[in-house]
Design a protein around this ligand. Sequence first.
Ligand SMILES: [Zn+2]
Length: 303
Amino acid sequence: MRAPWSDLRCVVCLRTPTSDDPLTQLTEGHVIPRSIGGRLSARNICKRCNSDMGKSEALLAQDVSVRLLVDKLEDQLPDDVVNAVRYRQGYFTDHDVYGRLEAGMDKESELQPRESVTIKGDENTLKQALAELDRVGATEERKAEVEEEFADAKRGDWIEVRPGYRIERLIDLNDVTLKASLDDPVVPLHVLVGVAYLYLAACLRELVYADALAPVRDALQVAMGGDSNAADAYCANRHGTRIAEPVHLLRAKSVDGGAQVNVQIFRDLVWPVLFPAVELRGEQTLYVVNVERGSEFWATKVA
Ligand SMILES: [Zn+2]
């Protein structure tokens, strides 16, 4: 669903597009990142801000709780959402022979081992062995011998490069069970402030350019530059509802001293973001996207 927009100014940096800078052109900004099934958007953010905010919004898909919810809701979610969240997820096991094995999901959702100190792809295994032979001053003849042995090796054959250093080609990891490492980061609060601000813009339209929201815009821009303290302060710590559903909700409501936007991911994770001195004029606005069906609902209640 696209929220209508007519103003030419970017809602984050307030610049108007100029013909000499393509990054000032307005583009479609997604309120909830598309990677986790967000569909609400508005053409109200410049390419530069959208790209900068997009980089931090990617952190939402990597959040450990978001990933656990995706695991729980896997059967109800589109493949592209499941894959986008799992794509950067780390897996590991401690193997008797190879030591710590780490793996990651590739674009086809297959687990691929990552190169480590003890495990390398065939090409790098051989390269490293030849470098080791160079280091110990082996003859060209010995190097050619190892190269030949490596080329002829079958699965499970070990090749002794020098005493105490052996290599194996075609390592078979099919019988190895990898566990999710659960070391994903927790999404920083300023990311949710960005989501809440874009939702507030969709609700307030041109009123979002008001001076009352200038401090939030400044904080978001500083956060894009790496210092997120000021932006983080707008968001309270998340809490959980313990109800997981393939649904995201955004709710803006009037509270004492301002407007509060709750960002609710997979119904369970709730981040309350408070915008001081912002008036919603007694309205409460609720947006719901069903990620499973792709359906959306957006309604405003006038108190
Ligand atoms: Zn901008």
